[in-house]
Design a protein around this ligand. Structure first.
Ligand SMILES: [Zn+2]
Length: 350
């Protein structure tokens, strides 16, 4: 038994991932949610004899209905449990998109010598009826910033939350063709959904570890590398690693007007540029560009770097100098040479 951040008393069946010297715990529940519990929050704990088991898809569906309300419908596929207030057709369309992305992601890395894991937990998506319902839910679930997005992935909850982007005055779209047609009209919106789904897949296939020191340029670069949506195929996914037009345009502008000589080192040393509203746009664009460059022209070294990062312990936060030296170990000591090569490569793509 413990009291969560809001003071609510909770009885949780889970397994301890990390125990800090002061008695603080990092716990994972059967739904894959992570809980950090400080010693004063912990009222009691009892060891179970039985082995820890994640919820199955059907159990996870019931748990989501219990949490969200009976009006939510559940759609399940091989890896996903979608709880929705937007009607089953849209939820099924999303689940099918996610499954194709999932396969494309696994295949992409397999071809590069990285055998990723099957997810330990069902991958959860909550699809809300419209923007208004999403904003209310997101504010409570993840804070005011999330409310203005088109969707988000929560590392702690391990789920993605989004809403029906096809909802218009004409009512919901009911066929896959109509859904694709309406979404095709605004590819940027659906790219956000694919972006968040990529985060979830990357954190559930062993490529990243949740609550470990993952440089933001790596996780965001990865999501942007995969975010170009493929709405044309119902069976495959052909667009992995295409040039991301929006990010490329911004990166070229950044190169031409604002990029400083130490831009590569500030990007890899800390997340500061991503959390500064004025610098974030350029930081995202550069993270995409660096990921693109490494994935295309330094395949093995980049995969080796990702493999190193995936082994990092949870709740240990690196210093900027550690991040730089990890990057150098995998990709080369001389950052100025790497930078010059990177910039030359990206200029040629224009
Ligand atoms: Zn992201």
């Amino acid at each position: 038994m413990f009291r969560d951040g809001k003071g609510t008393s909770r009885d949780l069946l889970g397994t301890v991932l990390t125990q800090a010297a002061d008695g603080g715990l990092l716990l994972i529940g059967q739904d894959g949610r992570l809980w950090t519990i400080e010693p004063p929050q912990l009222d009691s704990r009892a060891d179970q004899q039985s082995e820890f088991e994640p919820l199955r898809l059907d159990q996870q569906g019931l748990a989501l209905k219990a949490e969200l309300g009976e009006r939510f419908e559940i759609v399940t596929t091989k890896h996903y449990v979608v709880a929705t207030s937007a009607g089953k057709p849209y939820a099924a369309w999303c689940a099918s998109l996610f499954e194709r992305l999932y396969s494309a992601f696994q295949n992409y890395w397999k071809q590069r010598g990285m055998d990723l894991d099957e997810p330990e937990f069902p991958l959860i998506a909550i699809v809300l009826k419209n923007e208004r319902e999403f904003a209310t839910f997101a504010t409570r679930d993840a804070g005011a910033d999330a409310a203005t997005a088109k969707g988000y992935y929560s590392v702690e909850h391990n789920r993605i939350v989004l809403y029906d982007l096809t909802a218009t005055g004409n009512g919901p779209a009911t066929t896959a063709t109509e859904i694709s047609r309406r979404l095709g009209a605004n590819p940027f919106n659906i790219a956000t959904v694919v972006h968040e789904a990529t985060h979830q897949i990357a954190f559930n296939s062993g490529l990243h570890t949740r609550l470990a020191d993952n440089p933001l340029w790596v996780t965001e670069g990865m999501a942007m590398f995969f975010e170009t949506p493929d709405l044309t195929s119902r069976t495959g996914w052909r667009t992995v690693g295409q040039i991301n037009d929006l990010r490329q345009k911004q990166f070229q502008e950044y190169l031409a007007k604002r990029r400083k000589p130490d831009s590569l080192s500030t990007l890899i040393a800390s997340d500061a540029r991503f959390t500064d509203a004025e610098l974030a746009g350029d930081a995202y664009a550069e993270a995409w560009a660096l990921t693109y460059y490494l994935a295309k022209s330094k395949k093995e070294a980049y995969a080796g770097y990702l493999r190193e990062l995936s082994q990092k312990p949870r709740l240990v936060w690196d210093k900027p100098s550690d991040r730089v030296s990890q990057f150098q170990q995998a990709l080369g000591n001389d950052l100025r040479t790497i930078d010059a090569d990177f910039v030359r490569y990206m200029r040629k793509l224009k």
